[in-house]
Structure formats: C-alpha cells, structure tokens
Write a protein that binds this ligand. Structure first.
Ligand SMILES: *Cc1c(COP(=O)(O)O)cnc(C)c1O
Length: 383
C-alpha cells in the first residue's frame, strides 16, 4: 500500500476541516464584511449572535466572552460568589470548572458523579457534607449529555444554592425537553474549536434569564463598564470578538443538523457494539437528549484496547485520565485516592471513540471491526 492510501485509511479522532468545507464561502464573505466595517470589538456581529444564541438556548440574555473558563468565572462573580464561599464541582470534568471557582477566591467542594451518565446528579449533590453552607453548584453536562436538571434545580432551590451550568460540551442538548443553558442562574459555555459549536479560535458565552445578572455580566467582561470611562464594579477584559461572532452565527444555523449527524454516528456504534462482554456503552438518562460531543465507552482493559486501536490506525482519547481532585494543581485540598470512587473509575476505564459530523461509514466500520476483533481475541485467550 502506498503512503497516501495508508494515510486515508487512518481514522483520526476528530476532523474539524470537514465541518468547515461547506461553510468556507459564507465564512470568508462575512469576514470580508467585518473587515470592510473595521469594527472588531463588541459590534453588530456580537450583538446579533448574542440574541440568536439566547433564543437557541431558550434563555433570555446572552453575553459573549473570551473563552469558557472566563464564562464560568464571570458567572460566579456576577452571582456574588467570592472569597470563602463554597462551590460544588464534579470531580470528573475538564479542570476549567474547578479553576473557575479558585479564580474568584471561592472554595472548591468536589462531588462524585453518576456511574451511568458521568454527570453530577441530585442524589450525589445531597450527599455533600454541610450542604447548607454551599453557595453555588456547577453541574457539567459532560460528553454531550444534559444532567437531569429538574432534580438538580429542586435541590438547589431547597438549599438556596445558586446554579451555574457548565454547558461547554453540550450545546443543543435537552433535559426534560428544555435546552441546556436555560436552567441555571447563569450558564457558561465555550466555543473552543473542538466543541459542538466551535469558533475558529477562543470564545465563550453566558446565558441567563435575569436582566440584572445579564447587565452585571456585560459590565464585568468589559472593564466593569457599560458607559465609556465609567467603571462601576470589578472588571476584566473578556470579550467575544466580531470575527468569531460572525463565524459562530453561521455555525449556529447548522448546529441542530450537525448534532443530528453526531447522533446518527452514535446510534451506529450503539447498535454494532452492543452485547460485547467487558464493554460498557454510553447510557442516556431517560429525560435527557444527548448531543454526543464525545462517544465514551468503559472497559477494564482500556489501555490495551487503546494501543490495539492505535496500532491499527485508529486514534482515540481519554476524557479524562486523572480526576480533578487528584491533580497536582489541587494538592492543597488534600484529597486522596478513594475519595470519589465513581469519578476515579471513569478516569481509569473510559475511552472516547472517533465521532464527528461527516465521519464516513467506512471509517466508522473500521473502528467497529477492530473493537469487535479485540474483544473476540481476548475472550479466546481467556477461554
Ligand atoms: C472546554 C471546556 C471548558 C473550558 O472552555 P475554554 O473555552 O477552553 O476555556 C470548561 N468546561 C468544560 C466541561 C469544557 O469541556
């Protein structure tokens, strides 16, 4: 086989280029429009995108910010969370969720996640020690699946806890029929290029239904100011820019269709890989609609499966290999192995398979065939 065929036979984990091929003309012509206007920060594209994204999330207000981490920390600040306040964060997430809490001087309180969904659930939340003194909770809609929000909202309300959704991985997902990003007091998302709604660089946004919180967020992201050279409160510089907003408007129109493509790939995996001993497939909560940011399986022989697939030209990743409470950066919190066993189990046994819009059936079939083969060989060795 020659080099080129060999290359095309490989299955990458993600192919972002494919997502942009059909949109290239539109993107370049809107960028030309922005360039001709030469208004690059907080202009019409951002305003329009904010309105469109608020509508999409079934929320009322949206503020574009610089990235997902800022979206989380600005949300916390806007809700008055600061020094000494306790904030619950799942132990199994991307570390940004925890860093956001530290960045406002608040105290991270880790919580274990659900064994089936990998998400923070109401039953895990009520087990948090001294829940009465908790000020906020950040449920993360991990892997593209919405947390079971009505239950979480109920617990949060009962204990006067502010709720901030981390919706970086699940734009377009639903819980009990409603979009993620519509439940919390303020909800953060990221437009990092690999997310379901990704920009061509960094970006993020916060949605809320409360006009006062929305106004505070707008000030914080822009030097504490809504009128030039008048500064009312703490501020930072974290703004979505016009070029990114212009791209995001184009990609938002395609998001439902792209999420549908992700679901189609996922259902092929679910069907072809069901019933394999030693392989656990993703489970969707009854009231959630999954948008498969990632397709994550669990198996005891994760590392061997990952190397086997790599040897056969299939790229996989682990989201995430170390639970946040065991990261060196969190050393001062003095956690130990065994503190959050379900999160640790996910970290040890999870593997993300290639899944993206426009993944060809041929490439997907190659992934499926190799996984089936791996488990067949393994069961023969065992027998
Ligand atoms: C990507 C991500 C973030 C951070 O977003 P950035 O834009 O990279 O700052 C936060 N939380 C989760 C769950 C993420 O996946």
């Amino acid at each position: 086989m020659n080099q080129v065929e060999n290359q095309s036979d490989r299955v990458p984990f993600l192919d972002i280029n494919l997502q942009h091929q059909g949109l290239k003309g539109d993107i370049l012509s809107t960028w030309e429009r922005v360039l001709d206007k030469s208004w690059f920060i907080l202009g019409q594209e951002v305003t329009e995108f904010e309105r469109e994204f608020a509508d999409y999330c079934e929320s009322r207000f949206c503020s574009g910010v610089g990235n997902g981490l800022d979206a989380l920390s600005i949300s916390l600040r806007a809700l008055g969370i600061g020094s000494g306040d306790r904030v619950v964060v799942p132990a199994h997430t991307f570390i940004a969720t925890a860093y956001a809490v530290q960045s406002v001087g608040a105290e991270i309180v880790f919580c274990d996640v659900d064994e089936k969904t990998a998400n923070l659930s109401a039953s895990q939340l009520i087990r948090v020690k001294d829940l009465k003194s908790v000020k906020a909770v950040i449920p993360v809609h991990l892997y593209g699946q919405a947390c079971e929000m009505p239950d979480l909202v109920e617990v949060a309300k009962a204990h006067h806890i502010k709720l901030i959704e981390d919706n970086a991985q699940s734009q377009g997902a639903r819980s009990a029929g409603r979009r993620t990003g519509s439940f919390g007091d303020a909800n953060a998302t990221s437009f990092y290029p690999g997310k379901n709604l990704g920009a061509l660089g960094d970006g993020g946004a916060i949605t809320t239904t409360d006009p006062e919180i929305a106004e505070t967020i707008r000030k914080i992201r822009n030097y504490g100011s809504s009128t030039k050279y008048v500064h009312d409160c703490f501020g930072t510089n974290s703004r979505l820019d016009e070029l990114q907003a212009a791209v995001l408007r184009i990609k938002l129109r395609e998001l439902d269709e792209r999420n549908k493509m992700r679901r189609a790939v996922a259902s092929r995996y679910l069907e072809a890989l069901s019933g394999i001993e030693g392989l656990e497939l993703p489970i969707t909560a009854e009231t959630s609609e999954h948008v498969y940011h990632l397709f994550v399986i669990k198996t005891d022989c994760r590392d061997r499966l990952q190397s086997y697939l790599a040897e056969n030209g299939i790229e996989t990743l682990v989201h995430y290999p170390t639970p946040v409470h065991l990261q060196t950066a969190m050393k001062s919190l003095n956690h130990r192995k065994g503190d959050f066993p379900v999160s640790e189990d996910w970290a040890q046994r999870c593997l993300s398979l290639p899944l993206y819009p426009f993944l060809t059936e041929n490439k997907q079939q190659k992934v499926i065939d190799n996984i089936v083969k791996f488990f067949k060989e393994r069961s023969t060795i065992k027998a």
